[in-house]
Design a protein around this ligand. Structure first.
Ligand code: GLV
Ligand code: GLV
Length: 325
């Protein structure tokens, strides 16, 4: 059999190499940009497999028109960009890249936490502008971490890794999860499972790691933001739409919380009006998994998932096992 695979953005060669050992045709989006929906539709037709980015919308229509498609291998751990229900109905396997990006994403959450609490971006801007005129006792004061309370919303792999890193600062950890109790956090950190209101009221730092779903969309809105301490920080390395971004702009503008560190946005890559003008927020362009090592591992993982499905085997990272008969 001859197999044809399309990759919607250039990814590390490690993955492409694996695909080339099994597939006759492996094509990569030649542009240095996202494909439009129509371009994606055209490229998906006739393919046996596609590697997709979290920014590609893979809907029922696309999977209908790409009649040969056996697998959509998402190059991400989150897969809210894919209509999984429609895929399952068509027997199309959907896979993701969990595990390999856990540490890099947890690191990114801490990088944002440090950047905003210690005002690194503001300081960088000031230094570059030639406004650093000498050490000053009251310049750019931030907050301490030691002994503070960290609230984790979504205590899966990444949320757990984020929380485990707090040991260095002796933090008290609260967490919330839709899954069962997190024994690792409770036993290793003495973490306490609480409801959303308690987490919002008591945390000094809140880090979001819940996947985006209808249940978590705008989980953090105006009301929730109003329950946070005025001195607290909000960090988001999950999905933008878990926060009502317009409400966050309003909250930050009025200094109702101390600040935010964001890696993801509600309408990525667009920012809500006003967000970019604020100094009490650090804005990263969705870099959670963006390390050389992690991206290479994600490429291998996505490629191996495709090879398994094309060989009629069960892929390691299937999110809809019902599709695989
Ligand atoms: C990144 O956001 C991912 O889901 O991998
Ligand atoms: C989410 O899928 C995670 O790895 O935390």
């Amino acid at each position: 059999m001859t197999f044809s695979v399309f990759i919607t953005r250039k990814i590390p060669e490690e993955g492409v190499k694996i695909l080339k050992t099994v597939c006759q045709k492996v094509e990569v989006n030649p542009h240095d940009r996202l494909l439009t929906y129509d371009e994606l539709l055209k490229e998906a037709k006739g393919r046996d497999a596609i590697i997709t980015m979290l920014s590609d919308r893979i809907d029922a229509r696309l999977m209908q028109e790409a009649a040969n498609l056996k697998i959509v291998a998402n190059y991400a751990v989150g897969y809210d960009n894919i209509d999984v229900k429609a895929a399952t109905a068509k027997g199309i396997v959907v896979t993701n890249t969990p595990g390999v990006l856990t540490d890099s994403t947890a690191d990114m959450a801490w990088a944002l936490l440090f950047s905003i609490t210690r005002r690194i971006v503001e300081g960088d801007k000031l230094s570059r502008a030639g406004k650093f005129t000498g050490w000053a006792p009251m310049m750019l004061l931030g907050g301490d971490l030691v002994g503070k309370t960290l609230g984790i919303i979504g205590a899966g792999r990444i949320g757990t890794a984020m929380a485990m890193r707090s040991r260095g600062w002796n933090m008290r950890v609260l967490y919330m999860t839709q899954q069962s109790r997190n024994a690792v956090l409770e036993e290793m950190l003495g973490a306490q499972r609480v409801n959303l209101e308690m987490l919002l009221r008591q945390s000094d730092f809140i880090s979001l790691h819940a996947p985006l779903s209808e249940k978590t969309r705008h989980l953090i809105g105006a009301k929730e933001l109003s329950l946070m301490k005025r001195t607290a920080y909000l960090i988001n390395t999950g999905r933008g739409a878990v926060i009502d971004e317009a409400a966050l702009v309003h909250t930050l503008r009025n200094k109702q919380i101390a600040g935010a560190g964001l890696d993801v946005y509600e309408e990525e890559p667009k920012l809500k009006p006003g967000l970019a003008e604020l100094d009490n927020v650090v804005l990263a362009p969705h870099l959670g998994s963006a390390t050389n090592e992690t991206r290479a591992k994600m490429a291998v993982m996505a490629a191996e998932n495709i090879v398994a499905v094309l060989h009629n085997q069960r892929p390691n990272n299937c999110v809809n096992p019902e599709a695989h008969t």
